[in-house]
Write a protein that binds this ligand. Structure first.
Ligand SMILES: Nc1nc2c(ncn2[C@@H]2O[C@H](COP(=O)(O)OP(=O)(O)OP(=O)(O)O)[C@@H](O)[C@H]2O)c(=O)[nH]1
Ligand SMILES: [Mg+2]
Length: 248
């Protein structure tokens, strides 16, 4: 039996982008076996929820491993949605998330799941990474590349953890490691991956960066300046919390 993987797709106003990706992802993961998927949507309006239900209903009928979506009334942010989904699934050996927009293809998701399953038991977290920026593998507007690289430098410098891309939208984490750190995770917005990285690292769970192919899908929600500043502030908070714990 392959190790069970529970994959959460955080969604905020994604009815225009998720259809083709989710269709392919359901097919690919059905073939793999041992994977469950849950869409977690938070704070979208009634019309958006209705559109999402219309997209999801036929797929749920066709694929029993696509679980009932979770619609949360208030907007928590990407991290809050991912954690809400992970906390609902108490048994899978691996918990994971992938962005809804298909920038990372279903085939890449399958490749990382296979890679995770090569571990005799879940030991190291796998963080997909847009590391190979210039080999034709990563298609992203130059501004996002630039800000992504600066942000990676900021994270590795302020946290003293070697990482190029903490923000890529596909990650797999051993459930046992998540269970140890979950009570301490506080960031619910776009920088939640940074806190997750630091917490895994500090708890002794190695994090492997796995280069992937990335074709950026237009229509993203990250506002380059506003969100980058918020995320930089959150990295600083993570650093202060860690220092506080060290000196406690
Ligand atoms: N549930 C939930 N999901 C969110 C929220 N904000 C973003 N997401 C999801 O997070 C994922 C990544 O967001 P994107 O809008 O693709 O981000 P982006 O601007 O394209 O940035 P990159 O993909 O990192 O280049 C998508 O699946 C979004 O729907 C939120 O507030 N709540
Ligand atoms: Mg995106």
């Amino acid at each position: 039996m392959p190790a069970a993987v529970h994959l959460v797709i955080p969604c905020y106003h994604e009815s225009g982008r998720i259809g083709p990706f989710l269709t392919e992802l359901c097919a690919v993961t059905q073939e793999l076996g041992g994977v469950t998927i849950r869409v977690v949507e938070d704070g979208s309006d009634a019309a958006e929820v209705r559109r999402m239900r219309e997209i999801l209903a036929p797929l749920c009928q066709r694929h029993s491993h696509l679980l009932d979506p979770l619609f949360l009334p208030d907007n928590r942010g990407k991290g809050g949605a991912v954690y809400a989904g992970w906390n609902l699934e108490p048994t899978a050996e691996w918990i994971a998330f992938v962005d809804a927009d298909g920038s990372c293809s279903a085939a890449e998701v399958a490749r990382l799941i296979r890679l995770a399953r090569e571990q005799p038991s879940p030991q190291s977290a796998l963080f997909a990474s847009r590391l190979h920026q210039f080999g034709g593998q990563v298609h992203r507007p130059w501004k996002r590349r630039l800000i992504g690289s600066v942000f990676g430098l900021l994270v590795s410098t302020l946290l003293s953890i070697r990482i190029h891309d903490s923000q890529c939208g596909l990650k797999l984490v051993p459930r046992s490691a998540y269970a140890r750190i979950a009570p301490d995770l506080r960031i619910q917005g776009f920088a939640f991956d940074v806190e997750l990285l630091a917490a895994l690292h500090d708890s002794g769970c190695p994090v492997q960066e796995i280069p992937i192919t990335w074709h950026e899908t237009p229509g993203g929600h990250v506002h380059l300046i506003r969100d980058s500043l918020r995320m930089a502030r959150d990295v600083w908070r993570v650093r202060q919390w860690r220092l506080g714990r060290e000196h406690a």
